[in-house]
Design a protein around this ligand. Structure first.
Ligand SMILES: [Zn+2]
Length: 347
């Protein structure tokens, strides 16, 4: 049939011309020529009505197949030309892929939180459980229950913010000066064996300077059981110091005084900067004090109805910020809580 041959040659011409289009404008005129309202294809499709039924079927199928081949060829070519257009515009400099991109800023844990997490995980691996307590505390929990009665001179070391006016009342509330009252709260509720580690904020009424801040973090530890001795305390704290400061670090253990322990000890590590030979960081002593500890005073146990004839325990406490201050040589404790990103981003 004449018309089938026409479609066939039209197809060959259209496809060979399609390849020659080099711009989107050329492609558009190609589309009008072969697929537009006035194209030969449209004319053929319109003329179908004049054919008899059999021929109409055959020619119609052929023409529609031709049309869809041209349409998919057009779409493919258009995509290629558009991609090429983007690349060439880049070459002309409208998009410089060598320029630095926009930095996606991500948050991170505060240096204090990082230290708390690593200290807690060391003690958790030794079987201690992490507990927390209130920051607004009763006078009796903060002082009396810890063997610091009203007239005790140790109270002078703990000047704090009072929530209630009447300082002489046992029921007066204050911002806790140490995490130790949580020891009392735990021992009131639970019977030995007890092994807890208590991280949290503490407060002192201080004139702030490079080494004093009115709010800081402490971590407190407590173990109460039968047959707990000073050797258990020493073993636990030596292991802790080696895990936090390195296997080879020398640790010093010597007497100190705290009202809620008897005997009391102080733990120091070999200076991180000079390894014991003496420098400005360690005050030329070669040692850095990092925590206070001792055996829980029998008066403290009696007060929470734990019999000191049967049970004994040890407790320790350390200032959290002191660890990164010593490790990283930070010169001002106030940097921790002044929310300066230039400082915080370094951790
Ligand atoms: Zn030193």
């Amino acid at each position: 049939m004449q018309i089938i041959t026409e479609i066939e040659s039209l197809r060959l011409a259209a496809l060979s011309e399609l390849d020659k289009n080099e711009t989107l404008e050329q492609l558009e005129s190609w589309r009008i020529r072969y697929l537009g309202k006035k194209s030969e294809l449209t004319t053929i499709l319109r003329s179908l009505a004049k054919l008899d039924l059999e021929d109409r079927k055959e020619v119609g199928a052929k023409a529609n197949q031709f049309k869809s081949i041209l349409e998919s060829g057009l779409a493919e070519k258009k995509k290629l030309l558009e991609e090429a257009a983007i690349i060439s515009s880049t070459e002309e400099g409208s998009l410089d892929v060598t320029l630095p991109g926009n930095v996606m800023t991500t948050g991170r844990l505060h240096p204090t939180t990082q230290v708390i997490e690593s200290i807690c995980s060391i003690f958790q691996n030794m079987g201690f459980q992490v507990v927390e307590g209130p920051e607004v505390e009763w006078d009796s929990y903060n002082f009396d229950a810890l063997n610091i009665p009203k007239d005790h001179p140790a109270r002078d070391m703990f000047d704090t913010f009072w929530v209630d006016n009447n300082e002489t009342n046992e029921k007066a509330r204050l911002l806790r000066t140490h995490t130790s009252p949580v020891q009392i709260r735990v021992m009131e509720k639970e019977q030995p064996p007890i092994r807890v580690i208590v991280p949290g904020r503490t407060y002192r009424y201080e004139a702030t300077d490079a080494t004093h801040e009115s709010m800081f973090y402490q971590i407190e530890g407590l173990a109460v059981d039968k047959n707990i001795t000073l050797a258990d305390l020493k073993g636990t704290l030596f292991e802790f110091c080696r895990l936090l400061f390195g296997e080879q670090r020398n640790v010093r253990f010597r007497c100190d005084y705290f009202p809620f322990v008897e005997p009391g000890v102080e733990v120091a590590i070999e200076c991180l900067a000079c390894h014991g030979s003496g420098c400005r960081l360690c005050g030329y002593s070669g040692w850095l004090e990092i925590l206070g500890a001792g055996m829980v005073h029998p008066n403290v146990l009696k007060r929470v109805n734990i019999d000191p004839e049967i049970y004994s325990g040890f407790a320790f406490g350390l200032g959290v910020e002191r660890i990164p201050i010593l490790q990283k040589g930070i010169e001002d404790i106030r940097l921790f809580y002044s929310n300066d990103l230039r400082f915080l981003k370094q951790f």
